[in-house]
Ligand binder design. Structure first.
Ligand code: SF4
Length: 320
């Protein structure tokens, strides 16, 4: 386990936070902070609400909450575990807070989505199977590269191979899985290669573009200048001149990939379905922050381009 993390405790009245994102429902973050410390973390803006002065990724508060009295209140509600942290950080092994919330919700009838970059979720496989019998349950892993060196440059989570192996085990256990290709780094993320690697072990593939905003814009731009200077003009076009053609082209390629592989391609929807092996539904979340509302909105309205979310809103799908 990481030894340089400053840990503390935080008492809270409830761990269930009503979400104002397009999916509605509740966000559950059993920890404050996230020790995966991703360089592009959309949730790092949260630091200013935590009272911490340390760098994002180097502190963690363990939440304490009173037991949920009436879990049935959440029946049919979307409950997303891990929107501004990862419920399966290495520290979960010791504190078990994600397991606690899963135990509390196991009879709730909620529609539970776990977002992670870890394989520690396998520790809870028996519990997940039990939950899956009475609730909707989905587990999603963020995979935006197959290149472990790039992955290591970007986060302190487990390797991509471990994430994919965990996805396969959960999928083989009959639980719905998602390969969340996010964030898609222009010129670096190969969505086709990831699709090929994951298609037989997931029901959904989500695609989300890299947003560069807030504190991490400089970090990522410096990284690109140092490691991939040839991509700087492209990043300048996309993130300074706001040129959308790269992601529009990618969107077309993803749609074509869906067609050739007999997969459904949808825009900003989250269909709850199991699909035949090898034919995951591909969900286009590019620029999804432009679609705001409590229901899935179907086709993106490009005229809404100026009505984007307030800067730093990471609660829409997940921070990852
Ligand atoms: S992007 Fe997600 S996994 Fe990475 S540090 Fe942020 S909350 Fe944690």
């Amino acid at each position: 386990m990481q030894s340089n993390i400053k840990t503390g405790y935080k008492e809270t009245k409830s761990v269930m936070t009503k979400s104002n994102g397009p999916l509605g429902g509740y966000a559950v973050n059993p920890y404050v902070g996230c020790t995966h410390g991703c360089k592009y973390c959309y949730a790092s803006f949260m630091k200013r609400f935590t009272g911490h002065t340390e760098e994002w990724g180097t502190f963690l508060d363990i939440k304490e909450w009173p037991e949920i009295k009436d879990p049935k209140n959440y029946a049919g509600q979307k409950v997303i575990i891990g929107t501004v942290t990862d419920g399966y950080l290495p520290q979960e092994e010791l504190y078990g807070k994600t397991r606690k919330i899963l135990e509390e919700l196991k009879e709730s009838g909620a529609d539970i989505l776990i977002c992670t970059k870890s394989d520690l979720v396998l520790r809870d496989l028996d519990l997940l199977k039990e939950i899956n019998e009475k609730n909707r349950l989905t587990v999603s892993w963020s995979v935006n590269t197959l290149d472990e060196d790039f992955r290591e440059d970007m986060d302190d989570a487990v390797s991509i191979e471990r994430r994919l192996a965990a996805m396969k085990k959960i999928y083989d256990a009959g639980i719905r899985t998602v390969c969340f290709i996010s964030p898609v780094f222009p010129g670096l993320t190969d969505i086709k290669a990831i699709f090929e690697r994951a298609k037989d072990q997931c029901d959904l593939i989500w695609l989300e573009n890299l947003n560069l905003r807030g504190g991490f814009k400089k970090t990522i731009t410096d990284y690109i200048s140092k490691k991939h200077p040839e991509l700087l003009p492209l990043y300048h076009e996309i993130y300074t001149k706001k040129d959308r053609s790269y992601f529009e082209d990618l969107e077309k390629k993803a749609e074509e990939m869906a067609r050739t592989n007999g997969c459904r391609f949808v825009d900003n929807e989250t269909p709850y379905e199991r699909v035949p092996k090898g034919h995951p539904t591909i969900v286009d979340y590019f620029y999804h922050e432009e679609v705001r509302g409590t229901k899935n909105s179907g086709k993106r309205n490009k005229n809404q381009a100026d009505q984007s979310l307030p800067k730093g809103d990471a609660s829409n799908v997940s921070a990852r």
